[in-house]
Design a binder for this molecule. Sequence first.
Ligand SMILES: NC(=O)C1=CN([C@@H]2O[C@H](COP(=O)(O)OP(=O)(O)OC[C@H]3O[C@@H](n4cnc5c(N)ncnc54)[C@H](OP(=O)(O)O)[C@@H]3O)[C@@H](O)[C@H]2O)C=CC1
Ligand SMILES: N[C@@H](CC=O)C(=O)O
Length: 340
Amino acid sequence: MKTLRVAITGVGNVGSRIGGALEERAPEFARRFNADVRVVGVSASTEGLIDGSGISGERIAGRTDFVSGLTGQRFFDELEADVLIEAGPSNYVDGAPGLSHLEAALEGSMDVICVSKGALVVAGDDIYRRAAEAERQVRVSGAAASAMPTVDFLTYDLAGAQVTRFEALLTGTTTFVLDTMYRHGWDLDDAVAEAQESGIAEPQPEFDVDGWDTAAKLVVIARAVFNAGIPIESVPRQSVKNVNEEQIDCWKQHDIVPRLVGILELDDSDRVTASVQVKCYPKSHPFSLAEGSMKAVNVSTKRMGDYSLLGGASSLDATAAAAIKDLEHILTCRMSSSVQ
Ligand SMILES: NC(=O)C1=CN([C@@H]2O[C@H](COP(=O)(O)OP(=O)(O)OC[C@H]3O[C@@H](n4cnc5c(N)ncnc54)[C@H](OP(=O)(O)O)[C@@H]3O)[C@@H](O)[C@H]2O)C=CC1
Ligand SMILES: N[C@@H](CC=O)C(=O)O
């Protein structure tokens, strides 16, 4: 049986859930792939743990035996692993700390799974270049709307269809906020507080509310699907903060439903533009049917017509599942490749 050694940087809401989910799936990986998939290293902001014999979900969640100072470069100096799952903070200014984690992992010939978005947004080109040089994979499902298949849908299922337009509800928090304001008359602050309570809002929820999270996901998807480098600052953004009671009443009178959407459009020369908008949809539109923190995608293609996907509410379990899906794809490649 081959061993696949997994490390996780960032073991907050998401990272610790991934640790637990991986432990649950390990027997299935053993059966299907004849692979012993185990977590051998985890790090948080000031401490970490490395144990080649495996680290249980319970030890991660309880931070049992964590060693003070075992983080950052020291963590990578001592780590021996095959795959890194990066689940630290998303920082759109300089990508830290995720960027240096991904660089160190690729330097150490690991495949990387990005759940945080900052490094991909700030230095996507560089990360993909380094991965290509190291002949390693970059997987981004967790950073590209987790619960809703986006990158895999566009690059695998719609490969050859020539996508011309992608419009989506990518941020569960803003769908939840607008939905509860519209349908239940909540005010913005209460709705945001509830999204924080459930663990889906960003640590700084204004990243969601002001459209940064959706813009970041568009940047990640544009890079992964269309190989397009879009600077996040160039993405026009509207904020849910500007939605007020009068507007809600007016939209209700017209039977239309507001949503914060991310849009990617390709022109005839395949140039990609991105925008984040508060748009209203008729009640029968799939985006209006997305309740709570559900996500939705509309894709137009040249050769296969149009598609709508609806479902996949933001949640910690769904994010963990997206990271484990990426891990499974890596496992499939590693098991069928001579390069292990
Ligand atoms: N919440 C969600 O539903 C989703 C979140 N994401 C992304 O996942 C990431 C994590 O989100 P979430 O778990 O909610 O956030 P949390 O704030 O709960 O967790 C962040 C983790 O990162 C750790 N961390 C901070 N600095 C460092 C560092 N220098 N080295 C190593 N670890 C560090 C923190 O350590 P410490 O515990 O010591 O503070 C903490 O464990 C974010 O980038 C977010 O955008 C993606 C999809 C969905
Ligand atoms: N804050 C995000 C979570 C992860 O990307 C959301 O609300 O969907």
